[in-house]
Design a protein around this ligand. Structure first.
Ligand code: NI
Length: 170
């Protein structure tokens, strides 16, 4: 297993649209294992392959408190989303230290393959529903800060670029 490096906003690669996985084989299973290890290491609750610069439709999630309920979504599709929406505070491993409000459906039904290539439907609400929508946005090349006002987004961009420059200088 390996811990992979996570792309940081505003890296343009985060805007790549991911391709569907053709076959859930050993390569994908290794990818899933590495993504889970990377997510746990970074103390995140979700990670999309886009964030580690792999542009295939793969997501890992764990919203459990004990960090022992990993969920793998391959080629996920939203088959139903509630009309009812809710504003919740979100963060992202690709946008470190930034949290802001995003409006999402309070409940969704997602169809996806698991790590064995089995199709299943998952009905979710609350944090899991928000997390699934957030991660599926990543696969479409969308980062949560794009829901914020241009002014806020530019401030975030400037702040993160400055941090990245300082980190490079050491
Ligand atoms: Ni994210």
């Amino acid at each position: 297993m390996a811990i992979l490096s996570i792309l940081r906003y505003p890296d343009p690669r985060l805007h790549t649209v991911a391709k569907p996985v053709a076959q859930v084989d050993e390569r994908i299973q290794t990818l899933v294992k590495n993504m889970l290890e990377t997510m746990y290491d970074a103390q995140g609750i979700g990670l999309a392959a886009t964030q580690i610069d792999v542009h295939e439709r793969v997501i890992v999630i764990d919203v459990s408190e004990e960090r022992n309920e990993p969920l793998t979504l391959i080629n996920p599709e939203i088959v139903w989303a509630s009309e009812e929406k809710q504003l919740g505070e979100e963060g992202c491993l690709s946008v470190p230290g930034i949290y802001d409000g995003v409006e999402r459906s309070t409940a969704v039904k997602v169809r996806a393959l698991d790590e064995n290539g089995q199709s299943r439907d998952i009905e979710a609400e609350g944090l899991l529903a928000i997390c699934m929508q957030h991660e599926m946005d990543h696969l479409m090349g969308k980062v949560f800060v794009e829901y914020l006002s241009p002014l806020k987004r530019n401030r975030i961009k400037t702040k993160l670029l400055k941090q990245q420059k300082q980190a490079e200088k050491g």
